[in-house]
Design a protein around this ligand. Structure first.
Ligand code: HEM
Length: 520
């Protein structure tokens, strides 16, 4: 195993896992399954010495630099993926080998931000089947997993209106209400002299927004069982989803019988599906008839005809789509907000600058918050440094692509990752620093390039359908929290608590963000 990966599988990593409740048996079962899978894959790719020789010397990608083992091993990145540090590993590989790195016999990673548009625009590439199909949540396709161009376009069409800026403005009062609840919960924690766990409160906030905008579910200041159970179930399910993607033969019916944390994660996945089914049923019985304008996201899903299928969605397909939107819509915004609060809690001067700007604004509606320059710079810088979809968006080329003098033929698996090109030091000097001021410089040419390199929501036909909603949540929540509260990092917080775990979506390693909160 190359040095770069060994670094991640250290004694510390094992002890950390143990501390997090993993037993040896729990590590051994999936470890064994992954090892079998890796061996099988290696064997399939190198059936003969000739094949290995071809992969190394005559393959169309033979001249693309990269670790030797990756040339003959399609699972080269699997250990890093299993250790939740795929994007970080790729950044190191790019530093070593340049802007194009061969990471499998037929696969490359690219770090040049100028190539992003070429890869992810209409017609240039197709979603990689194995990866996206492995993320089905209830056994069907949802808009995120769909590979087929027309099937995807017609499923997306049904939902587009829900995420239009106009519909977001219609639902602004719902989102603002949740943002006020978030602020009150943070303030309340401080009154009792305790630290406040913003990671949990922000997770509840973005989930409550989705439940309000999708199902018209309203929750008050006291967190409900429905939300806390759903939040726990979705967080745990991520482990089951990653495990079943890494071990293709591992079906849910088997997974839920496994011992320890992995089996528990699979059972939480069942619980998430059950809660979604109840939410759908309740909406159909009590809300659908009143929603004449289709402002709640579930309404168009229930009533529209999917043109590609030539019919409305069936119950199982609806559940799949709704699980997908809850997952895509809550963890993403909440991690972004978590890291934004974290970055400013560490930096009282910048926090104060933002507060002054917010207080000088006439009000805290979306229309009043959206033009504020420093608020925008803070949000952009958070999306750059902590891009919630940090990892590879894997594609297969439909057209040949030339990058850094390397010709990548049709059929090559390619991928870029926000974590990598958002840290390009030529585009963003001192890339590991949180510096909102970089977005306020006068150099228009430089800013244009920086904007082009900033792709947190991706581009092209599969870009984030929910980005208007996500931005609205960020404006409304940040506006309220910092106008009235001063946040300081609690002394018990360790840097390692906020290390980025690459679960495709970022997750802070310690699963907590403790603040001392003062009402100002
Ligand atoms: C800061 C918050 C968010 C970020 C950074 C983000 C980022 C992304 C990215 C990068 C993709 C492309 C994934 C790929 O190509 O594999 C994506 C897709 C998607 N996002 Fe978001 N997202 C956010 C919030 C949301 C919200 C609030 C929703 C919905 C409520 C949402 C729903 C979706 C859906 C359904 C897709 C699949 C779109 C398609 O394939 O047509 N996202 N998101």
């Amino acid at each position: 195993m190359p040095l770069i990966q060994l670094k991640f599988w250290s004694a510390n990593s094992y002890h950390d896992l143990k501390d997090n409740g993993f037993s040896l048996l729990v590590l051994a079962v999936p470890g064994f399954l992954v090892a079998v899978f890796l061996l099988k894959r290696f064997w399939a790719e190198n059936r003969s010495a000739e094949q290995t020789f071809y992969n190394v010397y005559f393959h169309p990608l033979a001249k693309v630099p990269g670790p030797c083992f990756a040339k003959v091993n399609g699972s080269y990145m699997a250990p890093a993926q299993a250790m939740l540090c795929r994007a970080q590993t790729l950044l190191e590989l790019h530093k070593r080998y340049g802007s194009v790195v061969r990471i499998g016999p037929g696969e490359v990673s690219i770090s040049d931000w100028k190539t992003y548009r070429e890869i992810y625009s209409h017609g240039a590439s197709t979603k990689q089947k194995d990866f996206y199909e492995a993320t089905r949540l209830a056994g069907h396709d949802n808009v995120f997993t769909m590979i087929h161009k027309d099937a995807h376009a017609s499923r997306r069409k049904i939902q587009e209106k829900s995420y239009s800026q106009q519909n977001i403005l219609t639902n602004e009062s719902l989102i603002a209400d949740k943002a006020e609840i978030l602020t009150r919960r943070m303030a309340k924690g401080s009154q009792h002299g305790h630290s406040v766990d913003a990671f949990r409160l922000v997770g509840l906030f973005s989930l409550e927004v989705i439940l309000a905008c999708a199902y018209n579910r309203q929750h008050g200041d006291e967190p409900t069982d429905e939300c806390t159970t759903l939040l726990t179930a979705m967080d745990a399910s991520a482990v089951a989803i990653i495990t079943s993607a890494a071990v293709p033969g591992l079906k849910r019916s088997v997974g839920r019988r496994l011992p320890g944390s992995i089996g528990k994660a699979f059972r939480q996945w069942d619980s998430w599906q059950k809660i979604t089914t109840n939410l759908l049923d309740t909406f159909q019985q009590h809300e659908l008839a009143q929603d004449k304008t289709g402002r709640f996201m579930t309404t168009p899903l229930l009533l529209s005809v999917d043109k590609h299928l030539g019919r409305k969605l069936k119950r199982d397909e609806l559940i799949e789509e709704l699980m997908g939107l809850t997952f895509a819509g809550s963890g993403t915004t909440s991690t972004t907000l978590t890291y934004l609060l974290y970055a400013l809690a560490k930096d009282s001067d910048r926090q104060e600058r933002l507060r002054e700007e917010l207080r000088s604004s006439a009000g805290d509606s979306l229309n009043e918050l959206q033009p504020l320059p420093y608020l925008n710079a803070v949000i952009k810088e958070t999306l750059r440094l902590y891009p919630t979809i940090m990892s590879t968006l894997p594609r297969v080329l439909n057209k040949p692509l030339v990058v850094d003098k390397h010709l990548l033929p049709v059929g090559t698996s390619v991928g870029m990752q926000n974590y990598v090109h958002h840290r390009d030091p030529n585009l963003y000097p001192q890339p590991d620093e949180f510096c909102p001021e970089r977005w306020l410089m006068d150099d228009a040419v430089k800013l244009k390039d920086m904007d082009a390199g900033l792709t947190p929501f991706s581009l092209g036909p599969y870009n984030c359908i929910g980005q208007n909603l996500a931005r609205a949540e960020l404006y409304l929540a940040v506006g309220r929290v910092f106008r009235g509260l001063k946040l300081t990092l609690n002394a018990t917080m360790k840097d390692s608590d906020m290390e980025l775990e690459d679960r495709f979506n970022i997750a802070p390693r310690g699963r907590r963000l403790l603040f001392d909160v003062k009402i100002v």
